[in-house]
Design a binder for this molecule. Structure first.
Ligand code: BES
Ligand code: MN
Ligand code: ZN
Length: 465
């Protein structure tokens, strides 16, 4: 993260809390205190969302801050505070119920990816904890989102399969979990043929691998949760090479792996009452004389053969083997995260990740959690009528889908469904993992999507009571 203060949240009853500058959230018709009214008018403050105005006091300090919220107040707007306020200690002038999510939003908004810049942004904005705020829990959630974003933002040369492995090892070690890694040609011996095929064209130091974290596996009394992530360090498209524009942001194609690792860490930190397996298929979809080809027929760990219609549909191939591995643990619940399709963005735009599951209770719990923590998800169908679109004349299934079916995010999800564990329930999140529109609190670049929702769902189901 950045050089900002490591302790941005100050205890509610800390001595300095009494002198904190109040932040007041104001809508278009909101009342502004008499002392600030003419200043607000002069500065053109109208309570529009995104507007922030510091009101000076008589000594040239800041007396209060006004933040525009538009017609309805969204606590997430507090993500902008770090970017917009001068250095100082502030408190939220809100009901505690609204202040708590706003304080978490403030923490999420502190993320900055400045590791490669000599000049860092140094404004040091701190906030007094609202009444009843669990600072430790909020800090862990913000750190999980920051980890996912940082992994996505890191240039592909510095976030290859090996670096994902290193991060997975650190997470496992910190929580007494086991980690097993199968790399390179060992993938063939250990029966991960699809992961091998997709990743074998990469340079030797960026060899394909599967990472498997196991936590509490001896606790047979607990439900087993599997988290699976697509870790394509860079997606050139392979031989069906992407356009320059299409390739430009493909460092983010390990976003699913970043989400699975960050969520796995959160589950372990929270000590949820589960057994946990985190599986990451980490590869680079590169081009070389040994790259897999359109027309090739790959085998998979499950035994199903896949005809390659397009080497750019690589994510579902590596997830096929990872999901098959997950199934071997007989999980009660499997969640996978993947930057799987461009079609997901065409369907729902960049900010609304499609959620796929055939389990009504899981859908309901995830959507309820999503609304509760303001981490949007939108359910899409595993529409059986499109299954025929991934039939192949020569193999058991094809990795691209027939043109008539159009809905590319759906047909990709249907492909995964053929490999997903059937012992329990399964959900797939086709995340974009990216803010395309930079704005204060949402800088252009990596974004955690569905991570907080998934965690809230898991905590509601398996948290200590
Ligand atoms: N990683 C991409 C999907 C993607 C593209 C995610 C842009 C986010 C933004 C994936 O590997 C891919 O290339 N999918 C193809 C599949 C097609 C060839 C069947 C796609 O969506 O175009
Ligand atoms: Mn691709
Ligand atoms: Zn991809």
């Amino acid at each position: 993260m950045s050089v900002l203060s490591p302790d941005p949240i100050v205890a509610t009853d800390a001595p300095e809390a009494a002198s904190a500058t109040p932040i007041r959230f104001v809508g278009p018709d909101g009342e502004i205190a008499p002392g600030a009214r003419s200043w607000a008018e002069r500065m053109g403050f109208k309570g529009r969302p995104g507007q922030v105005l510091a009101v000076p006091d008589a000594d040239g300090g800041v007396d209060r801050v006004l933040v525009g919220v538009g017609q309805t107040f969204d606590p997430m707007s507090a993500r902008a505070l770090s970017a917009k306020l001068p250095t100082g200690l502030y408190r939220l002038d809100l009901d505690a119920d609204a202040a708590r999510p706003a304080a978490l939003a403030f923490l999420l908004g502190r993320y900055a990816f400045d590791r490669y810049k000599a000049r860092k942004d140094v404004a040091d904005v701190r906030l007094v904890a609202p009444e009843g705020f669990d600072t430790g829990e909020a800090a862990r959630i913000a750190a999980a989102c920051a980890l996912a974003r940082e992994m996505v933002d890191t240039p592909p040369a510095d976030m290859g399969p090996l670096q994902m492995e290193t991060i997975a090892r650190e997470i496992a070690e910190a929580h007494g979990a086991t980690i097993a890694v199968v790399t390179g040609d060992d993938l063939l011996e250990q029966n991960y043929p699809a992961i091998h095929a997709v990743g074998r064209a990469a340079a030797p130091h960026r060899a394909p691998r599967i990472l498997e974290i196991g936590w509490n596996l001896d606790r047979a009394d607990r439900p087993l949760i599997a988290l699976v992530g697509k870790g394509v360090a860079f997606d050139s498209g392979g031989l069906d090479i992407k356009s320059a524009a299409g390739m430009r942001n493909m460092k983010k194609d390990m976003g699913g792996a970043a989400h699975a690792l960050a969520l796995g860490r959160l589950v372990m930190q929270a000590g949820l009452d589960v057994r946990l397996v985190v599986l990451v298929a980490a590869v680079e979809n590169a081009i070389s004389a040994d790259a897999f080809r359109p027309g090739d027929i790959l085998s998979t760990r499950k035994g199903l053969t896949v005809e390659i219609g397009n080497t750019d549909a690589e994510g579902r191939l590596i997830l096929a083997d990872a999901l098959t591995r997950a199934a071997e643990h007989s999980p009660g619940l499997t969640l996978d995260f993947a930057t799987l399709t461009g079609a997901a963005r065409v369907a729902l735009g960049p900010d609304l990740p499609p959620l796929y599951t055939d389990d009504e209770a899981l859908a309901a719990d995830l959507l309820a959690a999503s609304a509760e923590v303001r981490d949007p998800l939108w359910r899409m169908p595993l529409w059986p009528g499109y299954r025929a679109a991934i039939d192949s004349d020569l193999a058991d299934v094809r990795n691209d889908s027939a043109g008539w079916a159009q809905g590319g995010s759906i047909t990709a999800a249907l492909f995964l469904q053929k490999f997903a564990p059937t012992t329990g329930v399964w959900a797939h999140l086709d995340v974009f993992a990216w803010n395309s529109r930079g704005r204060p609190g949402w800088p252009e670049g990596g974004e955690a999507q569905g991570l907080r929702a998934a965690y809230a769902m898991l905590k509601a189901r398996y948290g200590k009571t």
